[in-house]
Every structure is written in structure tokens, then in C-alpha cells.
Design a protein around this ligand. Structure first.
Ligand SMILES: [Zn+2]
Length: 350
């Protein structure tokens, strides 16, 4: 497992807001290059790795997105403070007082998200959650000219400045587990099956967080028979969440989505996943709250329709500066995806 954890760590630390996935793309490319037969980067920047196997086997599309929630600089004031717009869905409560990193024209610049000082707030302001419009980024510049001299401009993008860490025997903390955990799963599976005769196409997609955009054009280019989107999904097993609202829980295995806002997972694929998990003794759980959407939402509507489902690694606090996941869930997600490829290839052999 140490190789897989190492892979997750490297992916988590990479910089990749929607539309600016370059660092992640270069890394994914270098990981897949030697284990697929063909590797291409499409117009939008999706990485498509094609592993050709026996013609009689169906073609399975695996998808994981490279982007993470981030922001774009929209204004620099005369004192050097930056205003920004989110790229992807944020709860504004998670932004205040966070360390961020911005990719400027001269390299990365560190900053901090500030707001009006608490002791200057009016009593009625204190009880309200801070609005994104009231937040700004301080990069230590004393003027607009200095900010520009540092390489930051309108249009520069950024994300949280969080470094991966193992915080307990089985749990790790890091940023962007949505969806670097899915990417790490996909790459690990490809490595495990590299000498097998299955037909698998791996898509590392762009711009999922702003509306499943990369997966739409990527899947159109691929005539897949089945598809799995691999995700980092929200775990809601923390204090204050009633039992029936616990979408997924850490340590109970990868989560199989039955339905969310973007897809009703195909029963054939879901049944296959359940029987693989049960036959092989792989723990699994269902995602039990039908919220959110994933790349599977657009993949299953491609061409004449592709039977699809989602497998997720539960992660607490996603879309925030850091998330926590359980390494056993990650390991079992790899086992489940590998098992599914073997099962469905044999079941639908021509
Ligand atoms: Zn995601």
C-alpha cells in the first residue's frame, strides 16, 4: 500500500484549480505513459490513456477529475489586496483565515484570506457568516504595483495551501481528495492490471468542479461499453449529523452511488459492484444522501448512453482547505475497481 499512499500524497499536494490543471496533467501523464498503449491530451486538456486488450472484452471507461476547487483573482486594490471569485462550489464559511497559494506569472505566491478585523465588527455583523464579497487575499504586497511586480494579475488562479500529512495510523489529511483520491485509485488500478488483457480507457478530466465539463468532451471521443467515475465524496459522520443524513462514513469501505443529482447509476453496474465486493470480501457502503453530481452524470448520457456508476472514497470536509480520509477505504476502492474490471470483462465477453 505504501506506493499507493505515496501516489495519493503527491497528487494531493499538486496545484490544479478548474481550467488550470497543468501540474496534475503532467504528473498523470508521466504515471500513465509506460502502462497504457496510447496516451493523448485532448483540446480541453483531458488526459486519455488507452489500454488495448482482447477484442472480445468490453471497453471500460474509468474517469477521475484532475481539478480542485479554487479561485480566480478579479481585482487588485491600490494597497495590494486581492479580490477573487470562486471556481467551484465553496461554503464561504471555510474560506476566512485560510492560507492560499496563487500561481503568478513569476511562480507561486503565498497569501492569506482576510476580512474586516473581528473587533471592528458591529454586533449584528458578528452573528452573520462572512460573505465571500467581504473577503480579500493578502499576499504581503504594499501596493498594486508591488502585487503586479510579484507576478499576480487579474486572472491569476489559486487554491488552498495545505500539505498532505498522515495524522493517525489509518487516516490522512490533505487538500483536494476530491478528486485526487479518485485519480490515485484510477492510476493504481491501471498499474495493477497493466499485464492483463482488459480494454480500459482512463480519463483524467478537467473542469469537473465547474460543471462536469471535461468529461463531456472526453467521453464523446470514447465508445465505451461501461463506465465508472471515481470520486472523493463527502463523509458526514461527524458530530451533529443525524444518522439518516450520514451520506457516507469513514472506514466502512468505498461508497457506491445509487443516485445523485446527476445520475441514477445503472443497475447492471451496481449489481456487478455489489457481487464483486461480496465475493471478494471487500467492504462497501452506499452513498445514502442523493446530493451532488459527478462526471458520471455526463458520461452516461454520451452517445447512445453508457451504463455507468460512481465509486467514491469518503472524505470529511471536502471543498474546504483540508479533508480527512481513511486509507482502508482508499485501498478497498482500488480492490473494488480492479475486481469490477475483471468481473465485467468476463461476464460480457463476446
Ligand atoms: Zn469531485
Amino acid at each position: 500500500m505504501s506506493k499507493e499512499i505515496n501516489l495519493l500524497e503527491k497528487l494531493s499536494n499538486l496545484f490544479g484549480p478548474p481550467g488550470f490543471e497543468d501540474e496534475v496533467r503532467d504528473f498523470v501523464k508521466s504515471e500513465l505513459e509506460s502502462i497504457v498503449d496510447e496516451l493523448k491530451i485532448d483540446v480541453l486538456g483531458n488526459v486519455i490513456g488507452i489500454k488495448n486488450g482482447d477484442d472480445r472484452y468490453p471497453t471500460i471507461l474509468l474517469d477521475a477529475h484532475m481539478d480542485e476547487v479554487g479561485f480566480m483573482i478579479t481585482h487588485i486594490d491600490k494597497n495590494g489586496f486581492l479580490r477573487f471569485n470562486p471556481l467551484g462550489g465553496f461554503d464561504p464559511r471555510v474560506l476566512y483565515a485560510q492560507k492560499v497559494v496563487i500561481k503568478g506569472d513569476k511562480g507561486k505566491v503565498k497569501g492569506f484570506i482576510g476580512a474586516k478585523a473581528p473587533h471592528l465588527l458591529k454586533p449584528e455583523e458578528r452573528s452573520k457568516a462572512v460573505n465571500i464579497d467581504e473577503l480579500f487575499i493578502d499576499i504581503g504586497a504594499s501596493s498594486k504595483d508591488e502585487a503586479i511586480e510579484m507576478g499576480v494579475r487579474i486572472g491569476s488562479v489559486g487554491t488552498f495551501d495545505t500539505v498532505f500529512a498522515k495524522i493517525s495510523p489509518n487516516r490522512v489529511l490533505g487538500k483536494a481528495f476530491d478528486d485526487r483520491a479518485g485519480l490515485a485509485t484510477m492510476i493504481s488500478v491501471l498499474k495493477r492490471i497493466k499485464d492483463k488483457n482488459y480494454n480500459v480507457i482512463a480519463v483524467a478530466s478537467v473542469q469537473e468542479e465547474v460543471g462536469l465539463r471535461g468529461a463531456r468532451t472526453a467521453s464523446w471521443q470514447i465508445n465505451a461499453d461501461f463506465a465508472l467515475a471515481l470520486e472523493g465524496t463527502a463523509a458526514a459522520d461527524t458530530p451533529g449529523t443525524p444518522e439518516h443524513k450520514r451520506s457516507t462514513e469513514l472506514g466502512r469501505g468505498p461508497a457506491i452511488t445509487l443516485a445523485d443529482r446527476s445520475i441514477i447509476s445503472h443497475p447492471t453496474v451496481v449489481k456487478g459492484l455489489i457481487s464483486v465486493a461480496e465475493e471478494r470480501g471487500i467492504p462497501y457502503q452506499f452513498k445514502r444522501v442523493f446530493v451532488g453530481g459527478t462526471d458520471a452524470g455526463v458520461i452516461h448520457l454520451t452517445r447512445a448512453g453508457i451504463p455507468s456508476a460512481v465509486i467514491s472514497i469518503p472524505s470529511r470536509y471536502i471543498h474546504s482547505p483540508a479533508a480527512i480520509l481513511d486509507l482502508n477505504d482508499f485501498k478497498h476502492a482500488i480492490d473494488l475497481v480492479q475486481g469490477f474490471i475483471e468481473w465485467i470483462s468476463d461476464k460480457y465477453v463476446k
